[in-house]
Design a protein around this ligand. Structure first.
Ligand code: SAH
Length: 501
């Protein structure tokens, strides 16, 4: 049976501009065929198991011919696959979406279109330019500056000039001098406000404004490059008043966040809210140790333990899930006091309806070990369910307490993840200001294992993570305490510092 092809518009770059439907469909894809213009933030969302094909159509440097893409979509669908064709902006606006459907339609292969946020409107918006405003225009026109034969010439300049509407040119950077000359010759006022917005909605967004007559010179001086949207019309005069994105504290900041997928959301969301471009590239994944007789035995005898110690939110989740799966509720812990390594772990415990009795002042294994050892009495029995290869410092410190019994239980293994569609090394070369965010030493190791480069700037949650990053040769900054708040604060500080000349 034939599969199905979804033609999805990925929007202009910012991952938040991928539609909810687009995201949902993408998460189910078995094959993803994507274009050069799809942003890295969105490519990072492609399911790791999916087959990924780069159709990389850059002007003049075609990797796959259009007919090859059409055939590819057909072949994959006929194999019964759920195929996503991911395109920049909206698939039907200068996106050849129509051409890609023809062959599918001929073969009766089912397909759906998921429209996208087009760069023609969103990119000016991110620069503070509303494409219409009642004070200056009553229409907006979207024009390609690139013709099939590669020349811009012969656009209906007179007709365009006469509309009095906002003119938005896509694929127009190369032909910019020609376009501006054409409009001026057709009688358009040389003083008409105009703008070029380069790499709109990404961390590298740049807005250049000038009059129509001066725009080519400005573009050349500023070395404006593709992809860029060119806007001509009175609305461009509103840009200095309405520009908003450049004002966000983390605007221009590009980050790779490496924590495990299930823990990504909060951190990335907050960084994005502050204006950062965030690529979620989990470097590690945890898998429960299975079967786990030691754990099951401990769970059956929970009443005999006096302390239960957690060193990560992930361990809390896995422990309580297992408890529930064994049909035991949290009353089984009534003799246990609870210790958490830091505020994130304590919060995870709270989510299970319990409060931590002990959280060290400094959130690391050594401080936890010291604080807990100070409270242990002979006869205390401590349960320490955690990663199989946890830091030995904690049990060592606890075992120094005479008469206390420490039971370490391997709860999960940490597995390194691939970087999926993203070539990490190439990513840092193409965007040298990209920084990596690490929330554990294992994320640093996983990042390197996935091909992540060493000569980068690392934002680290704590000293152990920092030590690992430093050992790899990274330029390291450490949060003032091991919390997400402090890590975000650190990103703001470093970003602010990097902006100074
Ligand atoms: N279907 C796409 C347009 C494809 S044509 C859409 O709806 O947006 C490719 C052109 O889109 C580029 O040459 C450029 O003019 C524009 N474009 C796409 N993404 C852009 C971005 N992030 N910033 C500026 N221009 C962009």
């Amino acid at each position: 049976m034939a599969g199905k092809v979804y033609l999805i518009g990925a929007g202009p770059g910012d991952a938040g501009l991928l539609t909810c439907k687009g995201r949902e469909v993408l998460s189910r894809a078995e094959v993803v065929v994507y274009d050069a213009l799809v942003g890295a933030e969105i490519l990072a969302m492609v399911p790791r198991e999916a087959e990924r094909i780069d159709a990389g159509k850059r002007a003049g440097n075609h990797r796959l011919h259009q007919w090859e893409i059409n055939q590819l979509l057909l072949d994959k669908a006929l194999e019964g696959k759920m195929v996503v064709r991911l395109k920049g902006g909206d698939p039907f606006l200068f996106g050849r979406g129509g051409e890609e459907l023809e062959l599918l339609a001929q073969h009766g292969v089912p397909y759906e279109i998921v429209p996208g946020v087009t760069s023609a409107i969103a990119v000016p918006a991110y620069a503070g330019i509303p494409v219409t405003h009642r004070d200056c225009c009553s229409s907006v026109h979207i024009i390609t500056g690139h013709r099939r034969d590669g020349k811009a010439g012969h656009l209906p300049y007179r007709a365009l000039a006469e509309t009095g509407g906002t003119l938005v040119f896509l694929m127009g950077v190369k032909a910019l001098p020609e376009i501006c000359a054409g409009l001026l010759e057709a009688g358009m006022d040389p003083g008409t406000p105009a703008a070029i917005v380069e790499k709109g909605t990404t961390a590298e967004q740049r807005t250049m404004t000038a009059t129509l007559a001066e725009l080519p010179e400005t573009a050349e001086r500023e070395k404006a490059g593709a992809p860029a949207v060119i806007v001509v019309g009175g609305v461009c005069a509103l840009q200095p008043e309405f520009f908003w994105r450049e004002r966000l504290p983390l605007f221009g900041c590009r980050l790779v966040v490496t924590r495990p997928r299930e823990r990504q959301g909060v951190l990335s969301g907050r960084l994005r809210t502050l204006g950062a471009e965030v690529m979620e590239i989990p470097a590690i994944r945890t898998v429960p140790v299975e079967p786990n007789e030691t754990l099951d035995r401990a769970m059956d005898g929970l009443a005999s333990y006096t302390w239960l110690v957690f060193t990560s939110p992930g361990a809390v989740g896995q422990f309580f899930d297992r408890l529930r799966n064994r049909k035991r509720d949290i009353r089984a812990l009534k003799n246990c006091r609870l210790a958490a390594i830091g505020s994130g772990t304590a919060a995870a415990i709270e989510q299970r309806g319990l409060f931590a009795d002990l959280v060290p002042e400094v959130y690391d294994a050594a401080h936890l070990g010291e604080a807990l050892a100070a409270q242990l009495r002979p006869g205390d029995r401590v349960l320490l369910p955690r990663a199989r290869e946890g830091d030995p410092v904690l049990p060592e410190l606890l075992r120094q307490v005479e008469g206390a019994e420490i039971t370490e239980i391997p709860l999960y293994d940490t597995i390194y993840e691939s970087s999926g569609i993203i070539d990490l090394a190439a990513e840092f070369v193409a965007h040298p200001r990209t920084m990596a965010v690490f929330t554990s030493a294992s994320t640093v190791r996983g990042f390197l294992a996935a091909g992540g480069p060493e000569n980068i700037t690392a934002l680290c949650i704590g000293p152990q993570t920092a030590a690992q990053a430093k050992a790899a040769g990274m330029t390291v900054h450490v949060a003032r305490e091991a919390t997400l708040d402090a890590l975000i604060e650190l990103a703001e500080q470093i970003h602010e510092g990097a902006k100074q000349p």
